[in-house]
Design a protein around this ligand. Structure first.
Ligand code: GLN
Length: 537
């Protein structure tokens, strides 16, 4: 039977609960424990797949095709373990399931209620993570204590404490200890009130993790301990990290959070093996070179919309001891003729995935710039589709070439819907999702980067390269370097005679880890460095 750790958040949102949970996952794995991680979101959408990046940031995709919360990306990057459909569920999914059972008559005429029916469903979803060999299930509860929609979830995790026994369950509360400039001191009151709110529900935290901009003095720790009813050594400080988010596991381990957990669960394990992680942080802090990558996004102002893309670019840099400066350029503004100077400064250009019309012409313009000026280019999903459109219009002379996502009446639908997508009406969970195999062409840039002939990558899109145009593309020097094993789908394209111009229909950013940078990001950043260093010499 697995033990449970529940991580709740208090005072304000955006405290980095996902990063903290992921870091905790890392240090537990480093102690030789087998863990599973799950993010619970108390909102009513069935999954985040239909939500706008403005609302929710990136939608992270698992191998088994779930569209999930971006925190799962942190989990995978920090722990190196794949997540799955089970690793994220929302209130919407729970209600959906309960209502389905009610319609089916499963409740045998009983009144269906928040307690026990909704809470039972939540508990069943959490217990599904307790698979054979799992020592600890780490549960991150989304939102902030005090939110109405989170109440049933807190009630469910309180019940698990009762049912499993308090020795087998640990509650960790992430809180904020603000520094008030005018008073020249930090304040513990918001944390006290947030813990009081938890205790009202019947949850007494076993540890506090305190986000703060400044160091906590012993007096502050004692005060937090006394008023929040948590032992003083269980008051963990999480000051803003100086250089990189990847310092966080080290910060938590230094204060003995892993030991605290093992003592609580009466488990004995050898000390944490964090050497590779220390080496990683050392590489990040002491780069030997720098390189500039331009990312041409529709949501250039939103940090979270391209979370995994940015992280993967940094990982690509780590592989070369390089610090990557990312220039976030708004595709729409490129369309208006802006940012040419920035494009000229870039050592590499990346066009990420996206949906809809806005910014597409700007992305196409940036790709044309990369192609004509031999700037390393990496296109991802919509980025590949834009590269195909650009090549069709400007190299193959297919005037008006377009994706049918934007123009159904285009004379040259070079990107279009496959038959199985044409009848789809529901928006949620109906794209080509999850892991698909891909065969690489020998001698291509892609095959060289992966050093493999067959790969598997995660997808999230409806539209595909139109096979009708393949001969025209190949004749003009577009290499179809990755195809589905049945040859029916174009998964990777590249340009013959260009230093590094590779675009993929899948999302490699979902599989990059700081300790294992994704081969394509590594090769792309490598090509950008090579261009920069060649220009210097
Ligand atoms: N909008 C495109 C499609 O649905 C690309 C999707 C993406 O970039 N994830 O095919």
């Amino acid at each position: 039977m697995a033990k449970y750790i529940f991580i709740t958040g208090g005072v304000v949102s955006s405290l980095g609960k996902g990063l903290t949970s992921a870091s905790l996952g890392r240090i537990l794995i480093s102690r030789g424990l087998h863990i599973r991680m799950v993010k619970v979101d108390p909102y009513l959408n069935v999954d985040p797949g239909t939500m706008s990046p403005y609302q929710h940031g990136e939608v992270y995709v698992t191998d088994d095709g779930a569209e999930t919360d971006l925190d799962l990306g942190h989990y995978e990057r920090f722990t190196g373990q794949p997540t799955s459909k089970k690793s994220n569920f929302t209130a919407g999914r729970i209600y959906w399931e309960v209502l389905r059972k009610e319609r089916h008559g499963d409740y045998l005429g009983g009144t269906v209620q928040m307690i026990p029916h909704i809470t039972d469903e939540i508990k069943a979803h959490l217990r599904a993570l307790d698979e054979k060999g799992v020592d600890i299930v780490l549960v991150e509860i989304g939102g902030t204590v005090g939110d109405i929609e989170g109440l049933t979830f807190l009630e469910a995790i309180r019940q698990i404490g009762l049912e499993e026994g308090r020795d087998n369950v640990m509650y960790i509360h992430l809180t904020y200890v603000p520094y008030i400039k005018a008073a020249g001191e930090v304040k513990t009151k918001p944390s006290q009130q947030s813990v009081a709110k938890l205790r009202e529900i019947g949850i007494v935290p076993d540890a506090l993790i305190c986000r703060s901009e400044v160091k906590l003095t012993d007096d502050v720790r004692k005060k937090l301990s006394l008023f929040c009813n948590v032992p003083v050594d269980a008051v963990i400080e999480e000051k803003d990290v100086q250089h990189t988010i990847y310092e966080l596991p080290l910060v938590l381990a230094e204060q003995g959070l892993d030991e605290l957990i093992l003592v609580h669960f009466r488990m004995a394990k050898p000390s944490a093996k964090l050497q590779p992680w220390r080496k990683l942080v050392d590489t990040i802090i002491n780069p030997t070179r720098t390189v500039k990558i331009a990312v041409i996004g529709k949501y250039s102002e939103l940090q979270d919309a391209y979370k995994s893309i940015f992280e993967s670019i940094y990982h690509g840099g780590y592989a070369h001891q390089a610090k990557v400066e990312i220039m976030k350029l708004a595709a729409e503004e490129i369309e208006e003729g802006k940012h040419l100077d920035e494009l000229k400064q870039a050592d590499g250009i990346l066009v990420p995935g996206g949906f809809g019309t806005r910014g597409v012409e700007g992305k196409i313009k940036a790709i044309q710039f990369a192609r004509e000026n031999n700037v390393p280019f990496f296109g991802i999903c919509l980025g590949l589709q834009c590269a195909v459109i650009e090549f069709s219009r400007n190299v193959c002379g297919l005037n008006g070439a377009q994706t049918t996502e934007i123009d159904k009446a285009t004379p040259h639908p070079v990107v279009c819907l496959m038959e199985e997508q044409q009848l789809v009406v529901d928006m949620g969970g109906t794209m080509r999702l999850g892991a698909w195999p891909c065969a690489l062409k020998k001698g291509s840039k892609a095959a060289e980067a992966y050093a493999a002939e067959k790969i598997s990558e995660r997808h999230r899109h409806r539209y595909e390269v139109n096979n009708k145009y393949r001969p025209a593309f190949e004749e003009k020097g577009l290499v179809l370097s990755g195809l589905s094993p049945d040859q029916k789908l174009v998964e990777i394209i590249e340009l013959a005679g260009h230093p590094w111009f590779v675009a993929v229909q899948f999302h490699p950013e979902f599989k990059s880890q700081p300790l294992v940078p994704h081969p394509l990001f590594k090769a792309f950043v490598g090509a950008a460095i090579a261009r920069k260093e060649k220009a210097k010499s």
